[in-house]
Structures are given as C-alpha cells and as structure tokens.
Write a protein that binds this ligand. Structure first.
Ligand code: ATP
Ligand code: MG
Length: 402
C-alpha cells in the first residue's frame, strides 16, 4: 500500500499569501479578491468554503480536495499551500494522524540520510489541554522513534509538520506546494492585452495578471489572408490564460481593410509601424469600453525591427493610455521559459500565420519618426478605419480550459 492510500484524501487546503505590502484597507480588498478568485478557480471541481485565519486561509472542499490544491497553484496572490488532513481534537488522535501524514511526505525524500525536522503547532482552540509548545513536544516524541533519520532543528528545517487545532477539528499538514505569488487578479484594475499568436504577448498578459491586473484581450485578424485556424489558436491561448483569472473576454478585430489601405497608400518601410499604431488606436477604443486603464503588449526592446526605441515611441504615441510592456527587458529564451511554465508555448509555436506576416515591408524602417507617421496617416482616413474595425469586432467570452 502506498503512503497516499494510507492517509486518504485531504480535507482542507491551507493557503499562505504574501502580506508585506498589505495594510489597512488594502488588506481587506486583497483578501476579498483572493477569496473570490479561489472560489472561481475551483468552481468546476467542487464547491469550496474559504475561512480566513491569521495571515492565512483555509479552503475546505466537499470533495476532490487534491484537485482543488493543484488548481490553487494557478491563483495569483497565493505564495504556497498545503493539503491538510483532519482528525478529532485530541492529542492521541493528532499523533496518530501526524505519523501517517509524515510517513507519506517522507516518500518525497531520498531513501537515506538525515532530514532536519520540526513540529509547528498553532492552537485556535484554547480549551485544548496542551499549549502549542507542549503539543509540539508531545507529537515529536510520538513520531521521532519510528524515524531515526529525522533530526530536530527549529530554524529552517527541511520538513515542518504543521498542526492546526480548531474547535471542531484538528488538521495536520507537511507538504508545501508553491503558488504563483503576485497579487490577486482584479486588485490593480484592468488592462487590454494586444494578443498575437506569438510567444510573447501571452506571457505579457500573464505577467500583468500576476501583478493584479484583470486582462481583456484583443486580437487582430486579416481574413482571407489569415484563416480560421489562426483564430482557433488565439481562442486556445485565451483558454489557457483564463486558468489564471476568473473570466476572460476576447475581441477579434478585423484588420484586413486597415492593412490593405496602408499597403496601398503609405510608404512601404513604415507599414509595420503604421499597422501597430492602428492596432493601438483600435485597442484603446475597446479598452475604454472595457474600463481598462492600460494597454499591454509583448514588445521587448530590440527584439525585431519594429521594437527599436524610436519605433516603440512612434507606436505608443497613437494611444493616450499607458502601454505596459512586461517583457521589455526579456531575452527571447526568458520569454520561452516562462511560456513553457504558463502552458502557452505549445500553442504559440503552432505554425499559423499572423496578420503581421502579410504585406511585410522588405526593408522596414528602424528609426521611425513621428512626423513621418503622421504625414503617411494623413492619406488614410484613420478615424473611419478605426471606427469600422471597432464596430465589426467580435466579442467572445472564454472560459478556462481546465
Ligand atoms: P508576439 O510573440 O507577442 O507576437 P513579437 O515579439 O513577435 O510578439 P511583434 O510581432 O512585433 O512582436 O508584435 C509586437 C506586439 O504587438 C505583440 O507582442 C502584441 O502585443 C502586438 N501584436 C502583434 N500582432 C498582433 C495581432 N495580430 N493582434 C493583436 N496584437 C498583436
Ligand atoms: Mg509576433
């Protein structure tokens, strides 16, 4: 019989969150958002009840608590979490459960060699006969004889056996799973992410979410040059990113007319910069509709010709919203590593065309200047083009794919 079978399913997940920057009102808003996001993330697994403890939260599930724990590893604001097992509020029962939970966790360690260890009890039930320190000692004396490898060390042990004594039940936990850190989505407002089918923009969206932004998406498509499979790719990307926030809205904006007009009327070297300026304008209109206070892009300094400092300056001059570029200092490998971890890499590398790959200039301008952009745009009827694209944008609600 494996250790996991011996302890059965956990009853609760103990959630730890970072609280450094949290004071007064911020703290309440942070905690409320975290509770809401925990409930939303687990809705399809099992109903959960969240209880706040001093600087922590306890998440109780009616069933599938291991799945709930795994799901919580995608909820921003959570620093770490521990599945916990429950028993009667009695020293003997706690010692017996602690021995089993500990044996199960030891399976994670190499088979030989010393492991530093401690018991860390906390006691909300003051009628309990032992103080926290007495309980620590009582449990340690019961479990240590069976595990000569365990060496007690109170400071930063490799293994910490946690015990949480509540009035109705006592809980025991050992394993500590990492959460994604960051701040709960929605605590820092909203952003509109310009989402291409590339590697970078999904990573940029994820990083903005990590810092508490709720993200809506806009993707530009140029049918018939770009087909249904590219649209599906975008929907799949948003489905993956939707694991990390409660709901996701995607606008698919038609871009063919903008591109053909620029192709026909503007100087060729400026095409890419002008496409990007039009994207910013359309995205800004949709952002206002969605109450987004910023645009988010996957741009990174110097990565491609359109991403020189001069060109980025020309591009962002087309919007009055702040443009967040979480990847601005990333190397490509860093973006790829993160895309793998988030789960978007495989979809991003499906070989579908993006609208920017059609009518590419042969020699794109490297140091664009704003006056030249504006001069070229004087021949374009910018507002009419923007208006039509905004009105013809399709709005989709996309649920998490897990
Ligand atoms: P990505 O990997 O995100 O495509 P990239 O490094 O390939 O980025 P570009 O293709 O120059 O860079 O695009 C820069 C940014 O412009 C993208 O990160 C994205 O935010 C936005 N963008 C580009 N194409 C589109 C599109 N078709 N729809 C929406 N946004 C786009
Ligand atoms: Mg791209």
């Amino acid at each position: 019989m494996t250790g996991a079978a011996a302890i059965g399913a956990p009853e609760m997940v103990l959630v730890r969150y970072g609280e450094l920057a949290l004071k007064g009102k911020n703290r309440g808003a942070f905690e409320q958002a975290l509770v809401r996001n925990i409930e939303a993330a687990t809705r399809l697994i099992a109903p959960v009840r969240v209880e706040r403890r001093r600087g922590r939260m306890a998440v109780f599930g009616e069933r599938r608590v291991s799945d709930v724990a795994r799901r919580l590893q995608d909820v921003f604001g959570i620093k770490s979490l521990s599945p916990a097992w429950g028993c009667a509020v009695a020293p003997e029962a706690i010692a017996e459960l602690a021995a089993r939970v500990l044996a199960d966790a030891l399976a994670d360690f190499p088979p030989e060699g010393p492991i530093t260890f401690r018991v860390a009890s906390s006691r909300a039930e003051k009628r309990f006969p032992l103080s926290s320190m007495e309980l620590d000692r009582f449990i340690a004396e019961r479990v240590l004889p069976d595990h000569p490898r365990l060496k007690v060390r109170l400071e930063r042990p490799e293994l910490s056996l946690g015990i949480d004594v509540r009035p109705e039940r006592a809980y025991v936990f050992v394993r500590r799973l990492p959460g994604p850190g960051g701040l709960p989505v929605s605590t820092l407002g909203r952003g509109m992410c310009l989402l291409s089918g590339g590697i970078d923009s999904p990573v940029a969206a994820w990083l903005a979410m990590k810092r508490g932004c709720r993200v809506a998406f806009v993707s530009f498509h140029s049918p018939p040059y770009i087909g249904e499979r590219s649209r599906k790719k975008i929907r799949d990307l948003v489905g993956i990113l939707a694991r990390y926030q409660p709901t996701s809205r995607l606008y698919v904006a038609p871009f063919t007319e903008v591109q053909t007009t620029i192709r026909d009327r503007a100087p060729q070297p400026y095409r890419t910069v002008l496409y990007r300026r039009m994207m910013q304008r359309i995205a800004t209109r949709l952002a206002r509709r969605e109450k987004c206070g910023a645009l988010i892009t996957g741009e990174s300094l110097g990565q491609v010709a359109s991403q020189t400092l001069e060109n980025l300056t020309c591009i962002e001059a087309a919007t009055d919203l702040p443009v967040l570029r979480p990847l601005v200092t990333f190397d490509k490998e860093e973006a790829i590593d993160l895309a793998r971890r988030i789960g978007t890499f495989e979809v991003s590398t499906r070989p579908e065309p993006d609208c920017c790959t059609v009518f590419m200039p042969e020699h794109p301008v490297l140091r664009g200047n704003l006056a030249a952009c504006e001069e070229a745009e004087a021949a374009l009827e910018v507002e009419v083009l923007v208006d039509r694209a905004v009105r013809a944008s399709e709005k989709l609600e996309i649920a998490s794919d897990v």
